[in-house]
Structure formats: structure tokens, C-alpha cells
Design a protein around this ligand. Structure first.
Ligand SMILES: Nc1nc2c(ncn2[C@@H]2O[C@H](COP(=O)(O)OP(=O)(O)OP(=O)(O)O)[C@@H](O)[C@H]2O)c(=O)[nH]1
Ligand SMILES: [Mg+2]
Length: 202
């Protein structure tokens, strides 16, 4: 399975979004969790999405078209600085507008750092997405940094506490571990028929 990717556009306001009708997977997660790196790993392109060791690199919605069939949307991170400690989810208006209003969004891939399970803002994000009726898979990232057993324990913990999650992957963009499985899932497009229920009330 190969995902042929092409950068299409960066969007800074909701009104700028292109209503093209192709289905979208959005990559969401705390700043620095590895969203842009995972897009590069999935598409086997070193610098397609811009990455940085400094949190807050991605500030716009960046659209990558895959095989002329669907989009991966790289989102700005949440939980950077003070907001990380609160249990309420505080994210940019752009991200909120997108998640609430996009008609093409089928699935959120929520990235959680495998070294730091149970962060309040991540739990809040899962709950927010669940209430919004948006199907959510988790990718536990940077698993090259921890022992496999630990990663397995974190995955189990997540499953127990968040039965609403549709699935969990464990990935390392550094070593490529788990990326093939996630790529197969994304490329299979089985998620295209997922139903999202934007409530417009959150
Ligand atoms: N060890 C390791 N480092 C990683 C992995 N994925 C990403 N990183 C590093 O983590 C840092 C942040 O990666 P990004 O992909 O820019 O993170 P992001 O989630 O897009 O960050 P924002 O755009 O700021 O929200 C970079 O220094 C990456 O090299 C991984 O799987 N393993
Ligand atoms: Mg980024």
C-alpha cells in the first residue's frame, strides 16, 4: 500500500475551506505530539508536512490530497502552554469551526504521546469528539521512546476508559513501527462511510 500525496492548500479561516466533496481524515492532538511527522511517515515523504521540535509549528489547516481520492488534514496542536493543565479543551477557533462544520470530515485521528497517557486535555478532546459525534481513532505516538509493554498497557488503559474510541494504533514515525498498519487502514478507505453527526451545539 502506498499513499501518493500532494500538498494542496493551507487554510486560516473557516470560510476559506474548499468544498470539494472529497472525504477527509483530520489529524488532531497536542502540540508536538507528532501529527506532521506522522503525515510524512504515512506518505513516505520526508518533508511534505513541516515539522519542528518547538511546539506550535502548525498554525493552519493544511490539506494533503491522497491519490486524488481523499484528504489528510494536518491541524494545529492544542494544549500548548497554560491550556495543557486545564481539563477543558481550549483550541483555536479555526480548529473548532472545522470540526463542527466540515461536511467532508469522516474521521479524526487523535494523536496521543505514548509516554504521557491520561493528560487532561487529551481526555477532554476524546470526550468533545464523542459528544460531537465524530468517529475517532487514536494513534499512540513516539513508541520508539518506551518499552512495548508500557505501550500495550497504555493502550489497554485507553480502551477501558474510553470505550467510545473506534480503534487504537501504536506508531513511531522515527522507526516506522506501526505505520504500515495505519497506512493500510487509511488507504483502505473503509472510513469513508463513517457517519459524523455535527451537532452545532458544542
Ligand atoms: N522519537 C520520536 N520523535 C518524534 C516522532 N514523531 C515526531 N517526533 C518529533 O517530535 C517533534 C514534533 O513533531 P511534529 O510532527 O512537528 O509535531 P506536531 O504534532 O505536528 O506539532 P505542532 O505542529 O506544533 O502541533 C519533532 O521534533 C519530531 O521529530 C516519533 O515517532 N518518535
Ligand atoms: Mg504540526
Amino acid at each position: 500500500m502506498k499513499l501518493n500525496a500532494e500538498f494542496v492548500t493551507s487554510v486560516s479561516r473557516w470560510g476559506d475551506l474548499r468544498a470539494e466533496g472529497r472525504p477527509e481524515i483530520a489529524l488532531l492532538g497536542r502540540s508536538n505530539v507528532g501529527k506532521s511527522s506522522l503525515i510524512n511517515a504515512l506518505t513516505e515523504r520526508r518533508n511534505l508536512a513541516k515539522t519542528s521540535s518547538t511546539p506550535g509549528k502548525t498554525q493552519l489547516l493544511n490539506y494533503f490530497r491522497i491519490d486524488d481520492a481523499f484528504y489528510l488534514v494536518d491541524m494545529p496542536g492544542y494544549g500548548y502552554a497554560k491550556a495543557a493543565k486545564t481539563s477543558r479543551i481550549e483550541w483555536a477557533k479555526l480548529s473548532q469551526d472545522y470540526l463542527k462544520k466540515s461536511e467532508n470530515l469522516r474521521l479524526v485521528l487523535l494523536l496521543i504521546d505514548s509516554r504521557h497517557p491520561g493528560i487532561a486535555s487529551d481526555d477532554a478532546a476524546i470526550e468533545w469528539l464523542s459528544e460531537a459525534g465524530i468517529p475517532t481513532y487514536v494513534a499512540l505516538t513516539k513508541i520508539d521512546k518506551i518499552k512495548q509493554q508500557e505501550a500495550a498497557a497504555h493502550e489497554k488503559h485507553l480502551r477501558q476508559h474510553h470505550p467510545e474510541l473506534a480503534g487504537i494504533f501504536r506508531t513511531s514515525s522515527e522507526t516506522g513501527r506501526g505505520v504500515k498498519q495505519l497506512r493500510s487502514f487509511v488507504g483502505s478507505q473503509e472510513w469513508v462511510s463513517f457517519q459524523t453527526n455535527p451537532t452545532h451545539t458544542i
